[in-house]
Design a protein around this ligand. Structure first.
Ligand SMILES: N[C@@H](CCC(=O)N[C@@H](CS)C(=O)NCC(=O)O)C(=O)O
Length: 329
């Protein structure tokens, strides 16, 4: 038995890169196995057809990046990824969830919407699958991948109606993050937090794709540096407290309360009512899509986390002030 963990992942998979960053931060011995090159082994070990898949030295298979991190955090507690202040612990879980579920929509939409982005990503994936193949073979596989993925945008709500809205959400996210990251290395201070692992890798992927990379590079140098920093994060100082984070972090929470939380709540209601499509007003604009299954489950988990700390009046005030509270019961 090896004492190394194995990560089946992909360079273009934000959740895989998230897990690899976590392993690097904790200095946990691991092997990175591109799923596309280890398909047969992956199929034997995975319960779900998704990456990342982590195999422990005891040969236990774990999937889903948030539970993977939680499980490893109990085995490798130092340095912790959770700040001490209980208010911050919940806020960071909320931002982690915002990264996984909302920022991923911004990524997926831009990655597969315009031809230039589709062609680029499809070629990168094809080369990851066939690192030694000739140009023609890679082009052929890229065309197949592009055909398969380009039709899947609607699953995350990417349509010609929502395209301008999603691009605006992306611009707003950059405008919020840029000043927050001007004088700090990570979202909660001098070391990476749970929230950084959720949001950083999604933004890192956007920093790879032509359309979003051009925007990030032109407008948001602090965001760009942070996104790359998060591929191999370091413990460079303490976490801050809420009073020093508040001026520039509060807008991110307000953004979650304005867009992500009403959207995920409407999504969960649509699933419960077995609706084919749902419509939700997000800051005055109508947003329409068909419901996504996975989000309802993770919203339930977030609400359970909140219920466990709900007697914290300072936290309640922050959530009330940012429009988040109503969605967490
Ligand atoms: N909630 C899961 C999401 C994982 C996920 O969606 N992975 C994508 C790649 S980023 C995937 O494997 N999709 C299926 C595929 O590529 O065949 C997590 O956090 O790990």
């Amino acid at each position: 038995m090896s004492d190394e963990y194995r990560i089946f992942g992909g360079e273009m998979s934000p959740y895989s890169v998230k897990i690899r960053s976590y392993f690097r931060y904790k200095n946990i011995p691991h092997q990175w196995l591109p799923r596309l090159q280890y398909e047969e082994e992956f199929q034997k070990l995975a319960r779900l057809p998704i990456i990342p898949l982590v195999i422990t030295p005891e040969d236990e298979a774990i999937q889903d990046s948030t539970p993977i991190i939680e499980k490893l955090e109990s085995t490798f507690p130092d340095p912790t990824i959770h700040p001490e202040e209980s208010t911050l612990v919940f806020l960071s879980a909320l931002i982690e969830e915002y990264g996984d579920e909302w920022a991923n929509k911004l990524l997926f939409h831009h990655r597969w919407y315009m031809e230039m982005d589709q062609v680029t990503t499809a070629h990168i994936l094809a080369r990851e699958a066939l690192p030694n193949a000739d140009r023609g073979t890679v082009d052929g596989l890229a065309e197949k991948i592009r055909g398969r993925m380009s039709g899947r945008g609607a699953f995350v709500g990417s349509t010609s109606d929502t395209a301008p809205l999603i691009s605006r959400y992306f611009d707003q996210l950059l405008e919020i993050l840029e000043p927050h990251l001007e004088n700090r290395e990570y979202l909660f201070g001098g070391r990476p937090d749970f929230a950084d692992f959720g949001l950083g890798p999604q933004v890192y992927q956007m920093a790879l794709d032509p359309t979003t990379a051009a925007i990030i590079r032109a407008r948001s140098p602090n965001v760009l540096k942070w996104a790359y920093r998060m591929t191999d994060p370091r413990n460079d100082g303490p976490f801050e407290d809420w009073s020093s984070l508040q001026p520039t972090l509060q807008p991110l929470l307000r953004n979650a309360g304005t867009y992500f939380l009403p959207w995920t709540t409407a999504n969960a209601a649509a699933l419960e009512n077995e609706e084919e499509n749902f419509s939700v007003q997000l800051n005055g604009d109508e947003y329409v899509q068909s419901p996504q299954k996975y989000h309802a489950r993770s919203l339930g988990v977030l609400r359970e986390r909140y219920a466990a700390v709900a007697d914290n009046s300072a936290l309640e005030q922050v959530l009330e002030d940012t429009g988040c509270l109503a969605y967490l019961h």
